[in-house]
Write a protein that binds this ligand. Sequence first.
Ligand SMILES: Nc1ncnc2c1ncn2[C@@H]1O[C@H](COP(=O)(O)OP(=O)(O)OP(=O)(O)O)[C@@H](O)[C@H]1O
Ligand SMILES: [Mg+2]
Length: 255
Amino acid sequence: MSSADTAIELSEVVHRYGDVTAVGPISLTVPEGEFLVLVGASGCGKSTLLRLIAGFEEPTFGTVRAAGEPPVPGRGAGLVFQQPRLFPWRSVGGNVALALKYAGLPATPAHVDALLARVGLHDVARRRTWQISGGQQQRVAIARALAVENPLLLLDEPFAALDALTRERLQEDLRGFSQGRTSVFVTHSVDEAVFLGTRVVVLTPRPGRIALDLPIPLPRTGITPDELRRRPDFAALRAEVGAAVRTRSTEEVPA
Ligand SMILES: Nc1ncnc2c1ncn2[C@@H]1O[C@H](COP(=O)(O)OP(=O)(O)OP(=O)(O)O)[C@@H](O)[C@H]1O
Ligand SMILES: [Mg+2]
């Protein structure tokens, strides 16, 4: 039985696409409020794991529980993908309003503006999505995921397509937005993993299994990103995660 403060519980999970075993077996317990980062080689099953947690896929073997129940697609989790996936025929505010409507919440302009303000977009509600930058579009995608007070935030390489400066800003902001929520974040960047995570899990090449499960006991408030990155323990954690990623990604992928 999972305890009351368990947000996600994977138990002996294996997922196959036809003959291809994409992940597993994996067992993982994520307590409420954790910011879990998944790192691993391309094709090792990170997106599959997120889809299993979101309920878009069902495990071939084993069980997945979110808040103690089998996850229901479209319920209980805010999702952010690598591409913002906004509706180009709607305004920026219209995209956020749609997320509110789907959730059965009132989509008043004041509510939409408040959500956009939360991600630092104060004056763009009436613009079309193609009239804002890529970083701003990704902020809209985050606002949409935050629109509903879902207990879970699932983010699949949300900053991969952004320039370094925008990426750093959004990483810093995400640390703020995600306070008090359970998050699972996928990235290929070891630096991003250690900066954002309260825990980092490195997966083996396909089929993804847990190669390293490392708590990140770094301060999350009262410190600037530069100060954090200059700390010797930040460097040591980054080195440990980096070594696990490198070891695992050069091993042969089992048939
Ligand atoms: N719908 C599908 N049908 C068949 N095979 C799939 C499907 N989706 C993913 N796979 C395969 O399952 C494995 C895991 O895919 P997944 O997308 O989870 O990897 P990933 O770790 O997210 O990779 P990346 O870092 O490139 O995004 C890969 O070998 C992939 O080719
Ligand atoms: Mg992926």
